[in-house]
Design a protein around this ligand. Structure first.
Ligand SMILES: [Zn+2]
Length: 252
């Protein structure tokens, strides 16, 4: 069973990483979610410093707290899941909706600018979830249910674990944990996929981190399809999940 820590921004205005407000050096929410899921609802409502403090654990899987002469490191390898509205009034992307404050595009841009480029660069999958309508509720259930999807995910994870065991990489069992030096070997796309990712890297101004993250997602999509080689279709899908995050420079 995976632990899930759900946070509403109002409940945690201080820090997700450094809980020194109460007890010095007590692990924060990011460490309590180690090997689990950290779910942040209403992401842009968190303070920018709080969100920026997530960059280190998202990259390194641990948190270093340095105060005066003391340094403490806590583990913090968690799956970050976040939800947000498209704009502050909440419905700018719904057909026919008119924002209360300003034109829809400006309302969207202003709200989404609260998330920094470097934070977005560390989010691999971003999807729009349209509101559920009454008509949606009478549609037949999807042909593939949760149990079938779980079986597919499990197979893909086995495939990954075998790949890294064969490479004698201790402690690496998933594409997410694959070291950058090896990535271009294990996730090398076919020639069509390679030319697509090269073009996209320029057009989308992908950072080196973003480029590697697209390769990892592409490798995982190929694993879900049971394919040895990462193909153009996998690269294209991986890029589509990142298209929301190329609005601002992602350096740092
Ligand atoms: Zn709005």
């Amino acid at each position: 069973m995976i632990s899930v820590r759900t946070l509403l921004y109002l409940s945690k205005l201080y820090s997700l990483c450094k809980n020194f407000v109460i007890i010095p050096y007590r692990p924060g929410e990011a460490s309590l979610a180690h090997h689990g899921v950290l779910f942040l609802d209403e992401l842009p409502e968190f303070q920018p410093q709080v969100l920026d403090s997530l960059r280190q654990p998202l990259e390194a899987g641990e948190i270093l707290i340095a105060r005066a002469n003391h340094r403490v490191t806590y583990p913090a390898r968690f799956q970050l899941v976040a939800a947000m509205n498209p704009c502050r009034c909440g419905q700018a992307t719904e057909p026919g909706y008119v924002c209360r404050r300003q034109p829809n595009e400006r309302c969207i841009a202003q709200y989404q600018a609260r998330l920094s480029g470097p934070l977005l660069d560390r989010i691999d999958l971003a999807i729009d979830v349209p509101a559920v309508t009454a008509a949606d509720l009478i549609l037949p259930a999807p042909s593939e249910g949760s149990a079938e999807v779980a079986a597919r995910v499990s197979l893909a994870r086995d495939r990954q674990a075998r790949r890294y065991a064969a490479l004698k990489l201790d402690g690496v069992t998933t594409n997410a944990a694959c070291p950058p030096a090896l990535l271009e070997d294990v996730a090398q796309p076919d020639p069509e996929g390679l030319s697509l990712i090269r073009d996209a890297a320029n057009a989308m101004r992908l950072s080196a981190r973003g480029f590697h993250r697209v390769l990892k997602v592409g490798r995982t999509l190929a694993d879900l399809d049971g394919e040895e080689r990462v193909r153009r279709i996998h690269v294209a899908e991986a890029l589509s999940y990142r298209s929301h995050t190329d609005r601002r420079p992602a350096a740092a």
